[in-house]
Ligand binder design. Structure first.
Ligand SMILES: CSC[C@H]1O[C@H](OP(=O)(O)O)[C@H](O)[C@@H]1O
Length: 365
């Protein structure tokens, strides 16, 4: 998307021995680009959430493995790089999906052809991600248009979203935010309630930044305000991303998503999940079998921001000695999801819905 008039992806390469990424730990107060020159740098960028979001984690891991093969394309180098990247973060399935796909591409090749093949594969994966997200936007647009038309004339469509599932979470466009961008660009009046999304504030820091740059009206709210706004009739629909969706439609997403889905169900508010196919885990039946990342308690006890002098700093928000727990994701059962908005259209949040879209597509129907 555009940043001050210039188009950016979240990850790109200007030379075939390094990649550039936007350092998301510095947003919204600084826009800084980081250059990753080897596999370990890519692994640490994922672990430190310099890059984050299921699709972008997958894209970064693909380029990271390609960087690793530039230095060691042996079977040991491939397997060692795969293992290092796989253990960076446990929940988003795109990580394993991307690593498996790249390994399948290069493993059968002669060692001296692997690095270049991996590089081309990573580039294709990024291009595909952009197209998948664009299609999610197109699939969601009719839903947004119908919801807007159902309102009294001139009133904006009020959409609540949680965390960041925008272009910063993908290579471009985003998943949950893609229909919002397309509706806005189509002249549909949309206003977004942006859950701050404690503890790392991906909503307040990243979603608000993205929407602001695209000119989409929005208000940042405390995570705990969403239920109240729904009770007041001030939310027309919710749309969120996903880090892993099971074959039966359970959705693992940023911590707090489940609470929003419960409030939406209780108040008759449609709750949509934007879902690109690499985020479907066909091997897992139930959401409770998904590994939930436990991140550092410091992310709860401390918070980052900009002080009066313009310095980006971390401050402590809890008493010395208070412990903290930090589960980074939760699972929303399929029955709380109104529908999936996918790269192949809209479907019910269940096995039949997913299989109907993807099995048919697999069979070329
Ligand atoms: C389109 S995936 C976005 C997804 O990833 C976020 O998690 P994190 O920021 O920890 O990588 C969050 O769950 C978003 O919904």
């Amino acid at each position: 998307m555009k940043v001050d008039g210039r188009h950016y992806r979240t990850i790109w390469s200007e030379r075939d021995d390094r990649v550039q990424v936007i350092d998301q730990t510095r947003l919204p107060h600084a826009f800084e680009v980081l250059t990753l020159e080897d596999l370990e740098a890519a692994a640490q960028a994922i672990e430190r959430m310099v890059v984050r979001g299921a699709p972008l984690i997958g894209a970064t891991a693909a380029y990271g493995l390609a960087l690793g093969l530039r230095r060691d394309a042996s079977d040991d180098g491939l397997e060692g790089g795969y293992a290092r990247l796989l253990r960076t973060r446990p929940t988003a399935v795109n990580l394993r999906w991307a690593l498996d796909a790249l390994r399948s591409t290069v493993a059968p090749l002669p060692v001296d052809e692997r690095a270049e093949a991996a590089w081309q594969h990573a580039a294709r994966l990024c291009d595909e991600d952009v197209e998948l997200c664009r299609r999610i936007g197109e699939a969601g647009l009719p839903l947004f248009r119908a919801a807007a038309e159902a309102k009294s004339s001139g009133e904006p469509l009020r959409v609540l979203t949680h965390c960041n599932a925008g272009w910063l979470a993908t290579v471009d466009w985003g998943t949950a935010l893609a229909p919002i961008y397309m509706a806005h660009d189509a002249g549909i009046p949309v206003e977004v309630w942006v859950d701050e999304t404690r503890p790392r504030n991906q909503g307040a820091a990243l979603t608000a930044w993205e929407l602001g740059r695209h000119g989409v009206p929005h208000k940042v709210i405390a995570d705990n305000a969403g239920g109240h706004l729904m009770q007041q009739g001030l939310v027309d629909l919710c749309i969120v991303g996903t880090d892993r969706t099971t074959a039966n439609g359970d959705v693992c997403n940023k911590i707090g998503t489940y609470l929003k889905a419960l409030a939406a169900k209780a108040n008759g508010v449609p709750f949509y999940v934007a879902l690109p196919y690499p985020t479907i885990d066909w091997q897992v039946e139930r959401g409770r079998d998904i590994p939930i990342e436990e991140r550092s308690s410091r992310e709860v006890t401390h918070i980052w921001g900009r002080d009066e002098e313009g310095r980006i700093r971390e401050v402590q928000v809890t008493p010395d000695g208070s412990a903290a727990a930090n589960p980074a994701f939760d699972v929303t059962p399929a029955e709380l999801v109104t529908a999936f908005i996918t790269d192949r259209g809209v479907c019910p949040a269940n096995r039949a819905g997913l299989a109907g879209l993807y099995r048919q597509a697999e069979a070329g129907q």
